[in-house]
Design a protein around this ligand. Structure first.
Ligand code: HEC
Length: 226
């Protein structure tokens, strides 16, 4: 009888070891699940022994340090981490910026959003669009320039007015030159600006981006002619 009891105890304890091993396995998996944002990859590596070890590869740091000064020499404003801007009702159409630029008569395009006073929420909404189509890849996150001309200084290659900027971004510089526009201003970089009028979905999107560019102007107030 006694022997029998020992047998049962032994069997039970063996069972509990198996159960807890399974439990640990589950726990490790749950922990890996929970820490997903930090851990880019959870690799299960099967060892020769048949044992599975969990190897976690850490996500690479993606945030790049922003320079304190843009290529135009002006200090860059501090970046906000997260948008707190409320939804802003669109004032311009949802037509393609390309179509709008091709159809409108020269000199007639005007930003429907008022620059006076500048609206910080709208500028932020514009910046979001600006980043979403990667204008920053060429012009820098705050338009201070980089590989391409700054958008924040007093030099405007084809002109500073809304109409010209809308056409330049929508149609690109080659098309602008084809339509008879000339390079009046000279920036540190001379090269073609690609058309974005089909990449940007709506006319409204482009006006918001131009609004952001206006909000970022670092030149003299006397030279604000828009
Ligand atoms: C591939 C690089 C590249 C990308 C992407 C790009 N641009 Fe440009 N941009 C240029 C170049 C180069 C010029 C100068 C064109 C010239 O000299 O004819 C320019 C000129 C401009 C100008 C006129 C600047 C001045 O000083 O007169 C504006 C405004 C502008 N870009 C806005 C934008 C916006 C908004 C976006 C995104 C929708 C954008 N760019 C995306 C390369 C780029």
């Amino acid at each position: 009888m006694k022997f029998c009891n020992v047998g049962i105890v032994a069997m039970l304890s063996m069972l509990s070891i198996t159960v807890s091993a399974a439990g640990i396995n589950q726990l490790t998996e749950k922990a890996a699940e929970r820490s997903k944002p930090v851990i880019a990859e959870v690799k299960k590596v099967e060892m020769a022994s048949g044992k599975i070890i969990v190897a976690a590869a850490e996500a690479p740091a993606t945030a790049e340090a922003a320079p304190a000064v843009g290529a135009d020499g002006f200090t860059l404003p501090e970046q906000k981490k997260k948008s707190t801007a409320p939804e802003i009702k669109p004032l311009a159409s949802d037509k393609s910026p390309h179509d709008v630029a091709m159809a409108a008569e020269k000199g007639t395009l005007k930003n429907p959003y008022s620059y006076k006073p500048m609206d910080a929420g709208l500028a932020e909404a514009g910046k979001k669009k600006y980043m979403s189509v990667s204008c920053n890849g060429c012009h820098g996150g705050n338009g201070g320039g980089g590989m391409c001309p700054p958008l924040s200084n007093e030099t405007w290659v084809y002109g500073a007015d809304d109409d010209t900027l809308f056409r330049l971004v929508a149609l690109g510089s080659d098309e602008l030159l084809k339509q008879g526009y000339t390079r009046k201003g000279r920036e540190n970089v001379v090269g073609p600006m690609p058309a974005h009028g089909k990449l940007l979905k709506t006319e409204d999107d482009l006006w918001r981006i131009i609004y952001f560019i206006r909000s970022n102007f670092r030149g003299s107030e006397a030279n604000i002619k828009w």
